[in-house]
Design a protein around this ligand. Structure first.
Ligand SMILES: Cc1cc2nc3c(=O)[nH]c(=O)nc-3n(C[C@H](O)[C@H](O)[C@H](O)COP(=O)(O)OP(=O)(O)OC[C@H]3O[C@@H](n4cnc5c(N)ncnc54)[C@H](O)[C@@H]3O)c2cc1C
Length: 383
């Protein structure tokens, strides 16, 4: 069933998403939103919409293993995951609302999000000296008042913020870090700017946000007061796996383009594809893709079995983010000057993949944590 679904997603991406990719989408959240408004009804009509949500919420009810193939196929185009409404940050935000949301919060936010009528963002990171790799440096504060809370803080690199209807905001309280659902039209929320980041196609860009005396009512608290870091961790593990799945598709697309290029292009009378150095680069790309897929699938199966993935998801994230970047980098090299330009998808994919080594935990942070953890176990087994 999933194989058939993945094939249908692939056909949908080829027929509907890739032909709609265009230069106006580069750092153009409004143009991307307009294209998604065309694509989502088509994805719904094709029975491909919301693969990750339970059927009770209007989704296809796929487990993690089944999602892997579908997300990878969707990820061949930057428009694919959002067309199916399984792109970050809405996809992990839907999971947070399902897990921690009250019935009223689900009705207010999850319903419209799942239907694709609104977008959302997740606001945790702050400029120095606030929370970055170290969440305990959280400086945004929420203080209790008689009728709710007042949030003050400064966040940045908040993906999806431009045009989002609400944010899940992490702020420190007297009782510990807490998640709040904040409507973006709250007068206490200021979208300072869209940060022109390296990656060109973030849905809703990357926003810098200020929360100035931002009043919210008691029912804005998502989950329990003081449990914000626990929820953020629970969110991050599957979220980074979902990124691996989608971005595998992006890297595969870059390689497919390079394959076509070297099969056609000649140099000194040899086809590029007949040169051993080129063949070795293509082989190395497939080794990276295969290893990435196997590690991702292993984590997916563990999550489906209810097993912990703290260690495995960190190892997978480090490996996959670096391996996929290598694939796109080789693909760009194989295409020569064309691979350095926006005339072909390869350079844009390379730019999309690079930040994955930073977000969801920088490689160095994961290596530091993994190394410490492994050194404490008898034979280096996962703790
Ligand atoms: C494209 C993109 C999208 C993002 N989207 C979101 C979002 O939607 N919401 C959100 O809240 N945040 C988002 N972020 C922010 C992201 O989560 C942070 O960038 C990340 O947590 C790192 O924090 P920092 O940038 O402050 O880096 P720092 O904490 O300043 O770290 C800088 C570098 O120092 C090194 N380093 C840090 N700590 C250690 C350590 N313990 N051991 C060894 N080396 C270390 C690493 O090389 C790291 O890259 C996004 C970032 C990017 C680039």
């Amino acid at each position: 069933m999933t194989g058939d679904l993945a094939a249908r997603v692939r056909a949908f991406v080829d027929a509907e998403c890739i032909p709609r990719e265009c230069a106006a989408h580069v750092h153009g959240p409004a143009a991307i939103d307009a294209t998604l408004a065309e694509l989502r009804p088509l994805a719904k009509a094709a029975g491909l919409y919301l693969p990750q949500l339970p059927q009770a919420q209007g989704g296809l009810g796929l487990n993690w293993e089944q999602r892997a193939a579908v997300f990878e196929e969707a990820g061949r185009s930057y428009l694919g995951p959002a067309a199916l409404n399984c792109a970050a940050p809405d996809q992990p935000n839907m999971i947070s609302l399902l897990r921690q949301g009250t019935p009223a919060q689900r009705e207010a936010w999850l319903g419209p999000l799942a239907e694709g009528r609104i977008r959302s963002c997740f606001a945790m990171t702050e400029p120095a000296p606030g929370a970055g790799s170290d969440p305990s440096m959280l400086r945004s504060r929420a203080r209790r008042t008689s009728d709710g809370w007042v949030i003050d803080g400064h966040k940045w690199f908040i993906t999806g913020a431009v045009g989002a209807r609400f944010a899940i905001v992490l702020a420190q309280t007297d009782d510990g870090p807490t998640q709040f659902i904040v409507a973006m039209d709250n007068p206490g929320v200021q979208l300072v700017r869209a940060i022109p980041a390296l990656d060109p196609f973030a849905i809703g860009g990357h926003g810098e946000l200020r929360f100035n005396e931002c009043h919210v009512t008691h029912d804005a608290v998502l989950g329990e007061v003081g449990q914000g870091f626990v929820y953020a961790q629970q969110r991050l593990e599957p979220a980074r796996l979902a990124h691996c799945m989608r971005l595998l598709g992006r890297a595969r697309r870059a390689l497919a383009f390079a394959r076509d290029y070297v099969n056609q292009r000649s140099s000194f009378r040899d086809r590029l594809a007949d040169l051993q150095q080129v063949q070795a680069m293509v082989a190395d790309c497939h080794i990276d893709l295969h290893a990435s897929r196997v590690m991702t699938l292993d984590c997916a199966r563990r999550m489906d079995a209810g097993l912990p993935v703290k260690t495995e998801s960190a190892m997978t994230k480090v490996f996959v983010s670096e391996a996929l970047h290598r694939v796109a980098d080789r693909a760009a090299q194989l295409c020569g000057a064309l691979g350095m330009s926006e005339d072909a998808p390869v350079a844009l994919i390379l730019r999309e993949l690079r930040p994955f080594r930073i977000y969801d935990g920088a490689s160095e942070l994961h290596r530091a944590t993994l190394g410490r953890r492994f050194l404490k176990t008898p034979e280096g087994d996962p703790a």
